[in-house]
Write a protein that binds this ligand. Sequence first.
Ligand SMILES: Cc1ncc(COP(=O)(O)O)c(C=O)c1O
Length: 450
Amino acid sequence: MTAISQERKLLTAIPGPKSQALHARKAAVVSAGVGVGLPAYIERAAGGILVDVDGNQLMDFGSGIAVTSVGNAAPRVVDSVKQQVEDLTHTCFMVTPYEAYVAVAEQLAELTPGSHEKRSALFNSGAEAVENAVKIARTFTGRQAVVAFDHAYHGRTNLTMAMTAKTMPYKHGFGPFASEVYRAPMAYPLRWPGAADKSSETIAAEAFESFVNHVHAQVGETNCAAVIVEPIQGEGGFIVPPEGWLRMVADYCTEHGILLIADEIQTGFCRTGDWFASDHEGVVPDLITTAKGMAGGLPLAAVTGRADVMDSVHAGGLGGTYGGNPVACAAALGAIETMRSENLVGRAREIEALFKHRLEQLRSKYDVIAEIRGRGAMLAIELTAGAGDLTPNPTATAAINAYCHSQGLVTLTCGTFGNVFRFLPPLVAPDHLLNEGLDIIDAAFERVLG
Ligand SMILES: Cc1ncc(COP(=O)(O)O)c(C=O)c1O
């Protein structure tokens, strides 16, 4: 098989004729509920390039939603998976165990925040990990309530839908939802009341006070098993809380015997320029959920946490047929080795500098860009009406995204109001690709708003 050059190449319109034919087949057999952002059907991929069935080479600014951080079909992931799949495909760890599961748990113990004794349990998807983190927290504390935040995204299963904030498309028509889930205001600096005249410290303090009041009045501290937080919110709009807020929430949880669950499914594994986003403020969560970037594209998720908390569950209480499948574990070991040996923490920080410089230039031209935010290679711009009017602008966001797609740049949007344009490139993407993608974004703004 020929190697895939790290360059964008367009041979047809996007999507091309073969992709369109496949999309017609899809409509005939795949549920309409499974939406598709850009219907270019991908045949092969490497690093930051996706090759579609028409031979077009698309540039990837989404990493399959923050999954292929080590690049698509990363060599160490491929080698590790190939070896594993020849040796052993499945036993079910709960029936007859194998080393790869233990090795992944060892890596998680070493890499996640805090030097305390830890345990992990492995699962298939992020939502499954979140569900299990709640089960564990309830067992350990003997309490039921869980507090999540405005704009949160924790998954699409029944319990995680209840924890996810946004109705459309994630919850609409799918209720009733699981009980004992409560919502507190999020520290969202751009949209905090009176933000224009307040310092970041003031916003952090006010948001924390509002959270404390909510828990006290609507839940009761002694009923609360866990507070779950994305240190940088993902689907909700790449919302970065002000410095200090997460630490205050963590300290409050400790004071009241409430477990802090950091949902690092999107932010984890080098994405934000640290191994985990909690590291940025030195916060050590009681439990941390991970998935996505951990296994370089194979389905694997984990709950990692304090040994006393994780071991409070009765034997057989955690598990599942495929959780910690050996092939997915082998992929994770290959991906983690890549992150270490290629210093992807450092690379994420370089990507942040490159993007922020270019995005600031863009913002100086277009006042609809109300904010550039994020850390590492988890970056976004929020689009509004402009001239200080913060009314969300999902129309321009969608048009800019569509133009990028037409040029072979795979981009994503997000946000409660659909007005956040987000960037999640593979951490191994070379500068020339990143700059070319940013040139296309420049052209998209010119086309839509120029
Ligand atoms: C923060 C966060 N939690 C949970 C999930 C759910 O993960 P999955 O789609 O693997 O179930 C996601 C997915 O986007 C996420 O970003």
